[in-house]
Design a binder for this molecule. Structure first.
Ligand code: UFG
Length: 337
């Protein structure tokens, strides 16, 4: 029997956000049990609790893991999450994200585990003409990724009504930065995210950064996003878990800073932090991109007591710059200590 009353099943615990969540959960006295297929995650990132390899498509495997660990709650990060790719391969997104989550919820319910913290996204909103988004803003996703996450939100509501599932749904904005201790970082394959790519240009791994569109209706023509530090994000997840443990029921929370930065502003800040030139070129718009996604987080601050600490772009880029920026660098650092 491996029941502790503190076990939390973390799907996607080998990924960027999931591994940071595991570190924070372990520090808060929980046992984060990572369930991850390693399709996009890294076994090296599973350092703060047990690892159960598996795919959400495999219901029997999920049942086995729930029976073994009897988690008190699930933190559900596992998903395909690239906006551009979701436009060319929507089937993969609906299958992995929506069907995968259906398996997960049914396995959780069958095991008597009804508390779920779910990673949703501001990509569920679509374009809203400069509006500051909040939990009540209508969701009109522009891409299959956002549509798959909105469908999961609906699924959680249905299972709440029928099976007593309680879900804290976090719609978050652009997650950036890394563990300030430098133990883990942001590693994707292939890398598609703005800040890690900028840092690859800074170190000369790429010749230049392509700016996807400079003709948006924004102050400098490039897309505006709300960046949130991964450390602040996972702090909110622990507060969400405690909210569920206190029996406060299902709730949606937006997590962002209320302040948007354009692609050009992020590049400028990265030049300052790294001291490198970072050459850029303008490229066509990327399919599925909204011009501006910025949210208010009043509800999370007032109701969860969330107090984001590293809200400035400089600390996000600094922490990302100092962290192991790839699994190879991580392995090198491990072997030299
Ligand atoms: N961008 C570039 N060049 C690049 C990479 C990105 O100009 O090489 C631009 C994008 O077009 C976008 C902005 O930088 O305007 C941010 O792009 P990211 O790919 O870093 O992030 P996205 O906003 O597309 O999406 C990310 C995650 C999603 C999440 C979303 C929330 O991939 O999972 O943030 O906004 F839902």
């Amino acid at each position: 029997m491996e029941r502790t009353g503190r076990n939390v099943l973390v799907t996607g615990g080998a990924g960027y956000i999931g591994s940071h969540a595991c570190k924070r959960l372990a520090a808060a006295g929980y046992v984060p049990v990572t369930f991850d297929s390693l399709v996009t995650g890294w076994e090296e990132a599973v350092r703060f609790g047990p690892f159960e390899p598996g795919d959400l498509a495999d219901r029997a495997r999920l049942d086995e893991v729930f029976a073994r660990w009897q988690p008190v709650a699930v933190m559900h990060f596992a998903a395909l999450s690239q906006v551009g790719e979701s436009m060319s391969q929507p089937g993969r997104y609906w299958r992995a994200n929506v069907l995968g989550t259906l398996n997960l919820i049914e396995a959780a319910v069958a095991a008597g585990c009804r508390d779920i913290v779910f990673s949703s996204t501001c990509a569920t909103y679509g374009d809203h003409d400069g509006l500051l988004l909040d939990e009540d803003t209508p969701q009109r996703p522009l891409n299959a990724y956002g549509a798959s996450k909105r469908a999961i939100e609906d699924m959680l509501r249905d299972f709440g009504a029928s099976h007593g599932v309680n879900a804290v749904i976090f719609r978050y904005f652009n997650v950036a930065g890394a563990d300030p201790d430098g133990e883990i970082g942001e590693w994707h394959r292939p890398e598609t995210h703005l800040i890690p790519i900028i840092l690859e240009v800074a170190t000369g791994q790429r010749p230049s950064l392509k700016i996807y569109g400079d003709d948006y209706a924004t102050p400098d023509g490039t897309c505006v996003r709300d960046y949130i530090h991964v450390g602040d994000l996972v702090e909110a997840h622990v507060l969400g878990l405690r909210w569920l443990e206190a029996g406060r029921g299902s709730r949606v929370f937006c997590l962002g800073s209320g302040h948007g930065f354009s692609v050009r502003e992020v590049i400028e800040e990265a030049r300052r932090v790294t001291g490198h030139a970072i050459p850029v070129e303008t490229a066509p718009r990327r399919a599925g991109d909204a011009a501006r996604l910025v949210c208010g987080s009043r509800r999370a601050v007032e109701e969860l007591g969330w107090q984001p600490q590293r809200t400035d772009l400089a600390s996000m880029i600094t922490d990302a710059w100092r962290s192991p920026r790839g699994v190879e660098e991580f392995r090198r650092r491990l072997s030299s200590t």
